[in-house]
Design a protein. Structure first.
Length: 178
């Protein structure tokens, strides 16, 4: 049976530039001075990986945020970004099974549409690297308004896998459709 060329045709008409916002969710990336938590951006390896891979792909990073594992702050930041000219948000961290992992609880209620294939493919590809521990990943994606939102585990390897093999190759195609 011949291959369906529809996805390739769609990609040809997709935008050349996709504007991204990056959010790292990690309470451990904060220092406390007195009672004021301060982000340690220099320690955000996953954030650096996200910025480097997205910028290196020819797309644009227009916003970077480092947040603690706090549902209200995460939801608020995504809502704030919806008011900007952004096509995609990549959130790294807070997707595990620990009680403090609340990224999905903060973001998924905002989804107008889900992209279930993203999490399924991420876990399938992760199986090669981490074995059956891939089932612990709650990687997720959806559409909020006219913006694609991707929620990834916090490890630099997971960020690299998701961006290189799923997000960057399909970002413009997804934006074209939404």
């Amino acid at each position: 049976m011949p291959r369906d060329d529809t996805p390739m045709l769609h990609k040809q008409n997709a935008p050349k530039i996709v504007k991204f916002a990056i959010i790292t969710v990690s309470t451990s990336r904060y220092e406390t001075y007195g009672s004021v938590p301060t982000p340690k951006q220099a320690d955000d390896i996953s954030g650096t990986v996200m910025m480097d891979l997205i910028s290196g792909s020819g797309f644009e990073v227009v916003s970077y945020s480092l947040l603690p594992d706090n549902e209200a702050l995460i939801t608020g930041k995504v809502r704030e970004l919806m008011g900007l000219d952004i096509n995609a948000i990549v959130i790294s961290g807070g997707t595990g099974l620990a009680p403090e992992d609340v990224t999905l609880e903060a973001v998924e209620p905002l989804f107008d549409k889900t992209i279930p294939g993203f999490g399924e493919l991420f876990r399938m590809k992760s199986l090669e690297d981490v074995g059956t521990a891939a089932i612990l990943s709650r990687a997720s994606a959806g559409i909020v308004g006219r913006c694609a939102v991707f929620c990834l585990p916090g490890s630099p390897a997971a960020v690299e896998l998701a961006l290189n093999e799923l997000i960057i190759p399909e970002a413009a195609h997804i934006v074209k459709h939404i």
